[in-house]
Design a protein. Sequence first.
Lengths: 378, 378
Amino acid sequence: MPAIPATMRQLQSLVTPDGELRLSVETVDTPRPSERDVLVRVDAAPVNPSDLSLLLAMADVSQAVATASIDGRTLTAPIPAPAMGTLAARIGKAMPVGNEGAGLVVAAGESPEAQALLGRTVGFAGAATYGEYCVASPRMCLPLPEGATADDGASSFVNPLTALGMVETMKREGHTGLVHTAAASNLGQMLNRVCLADGVPLVNIVRRPEQAALLREQGAMHVCDSSEPTFDADLVDALRHTRATLAFDAIGGGQLASQILNSMEAAIVSPEAPYSRYGSDVHKQVYVYGALDPRPIELRRRFGFAWGVGGWLLTPFLARTSAEDLQRLRQRVADELITTFASHYTDQISLGQTLDLTTLQRYARQATGQKFLLRPQR
Amino acid sequence: MPAIPATMRQLQSLVTPDGELRLSVETVDTPRPSERDVLVRVDAAPVNPSDLSLLLAMADVSQAVATASIDGRTLTAPIPAPAMGTLAARIGKAMPVGNEGAGLVVAAGESPEAQALLGRTVGFAGAATYGEYCVASPRMCLPLPEGATADDGASSFVNPLTALGMVETMKREGHTGLVHTAAASNLGQMLNRVCLADGVPLVNIVRRPEQAALLREQGAMHVCDSSEPTFDADLVDALRHTRATLAFDAIGGGQLASQILNSMEAAIVSPEAPYSRYGSDVHKQVYVYGALDPRPIELRRRFGFAWGVGGWLLTPFLARTSAEDLQRLRQRVADELITTFASHYTDQISLGQTLDLTTLQRYARQATGQKFLLRPQR
């Protein structure tokens, strides 16, 4: 087992009381795993939208400035005043960043679950994967199959289990088809592959023609592009074909959730049906799992009373999942790691490069088709 | 048993293709109950907000005009153009009106459940109680206790079972306290009495000082008046005291649902708690059961990811309720008919008087403290 240094480097994000974001790579004590946990040497970690929201704290990165000091480089950027209200609880507290990654388990607590992982390369979810080492719970680790590298497993936890969690939720709640927004994302492409393999009808909603083309090339049957003039009718038509009554929405602002519910209702109620001011009795649900659009969610109710909109996150879903079901989902990810659940990266960066101004402005864009992999050991 | 005439009078609401509402009292064949149903001679029926939404079809009653014809009086009023889209399915179809009432069961189908009600005075829910006779399902009938009149039972179904249904839903979904908007309504006063009797913490949200005073006189412990400058802080404070995490909202437009969720989250998360961009893991729920405000629902998300907003209606709730539980709820309504579940009426009107211009404009106002009782036999 490689030696574990007493200190390590870690990317940290700090919001100051006067509305400034400060990013820096700090030297901190290497954490020690408790009895039930393991310590992972982080070899690779993806940069996902959910990481960026914590890392960047809604700062205006177009105005970011790099400052060199005796301790190394610091990157600062102004945070718009309206955003500061929601950040109150983190002001003045430097926070580690990074939700998942992969690497070698170099130390483990005494528990059998932890010991079983010692020396294995795992994909894992944690709260501080943008550092050289990170503590993880065995429940949040996925031992990679023989021959798989940390690169293969860097994105093996959050997106694969989220995609499978969406399909599981659909089944548990009695729906038979899905709608997904921001559907050309890395997660969206995985979900499309899972649904194609499992015969689950899926309506993919995207915002640009090239995203629609990408999904169609990957075999997607129903793709609706909100930039097309025919979007409204296309969506109702796709919902008529799929009978999908459950949507997962990464956007979470504006009128899209409302439009999905209204289109579901329009697809359910025949034009010849007698008038009911209470709408159909078919339950229509949108789960919001992201916040790509920071505006309020606006619900224009033309969808009767059998509806719901709510939050959805992977961690509470996993907490509601039995050990047996969780093992089944993890096994599938391991089995299909380099097929269904493969991720592709366009850029690889070191911890230090996260503070490079041009690099930051590129990964902050969250452009479709562009994906960064962080290599904390470099 | 009184003789049943071959024809009867019934209030009807018609939306014309050119955007006009027409109300009239029509003579129609008296319906016959099927094998499983009963026929009720409607002696009393309340005018509730849910009745008015079907009756008035969002028409501008301030511009209503009464016309006398050979067949009797017709009342017409213009419907604003934006509302017509949602009314498409009812254009050209004259609709009966009235969701509940009380009266004598004068005929019954062959089924034992129907026969058991023959000759009884019942409160009941139906789709056409604003007429001299109405068919009802025994499941939607509440036989009134000895000595109770049709007036006592006119509002014994919808509001009492809705109030009890809210408390049942709270228990089924694991909450321990309630929030109610438009809380000074007839329903709200009932819910307040139920919660006081059952020891359920209840936050009453009202819109005017006199409504707050009314509820406080009736023993309400937590009343928050949205017209007060201290409303925001009052609401968080009441939620801290009650730990209520489930709201029933009759308003259904604007930012109130969002404010309730944000205030619940503020009451749950201690100011000293570490920052989490995912919010607390305590599920916060708002069920929308009305539409007093026709604007879109605007959700400003400061409440994390453990939340839901959805529709709630009495009929689907009853469909999800076991026969045993339903019997328990109905028995309670019967036992407490003239106490907990008493309704008070300020005005009594005949079928013909529903078409009186001044009367219409009064009952259309839905003013708190004012409640109309229709007497179809007059």
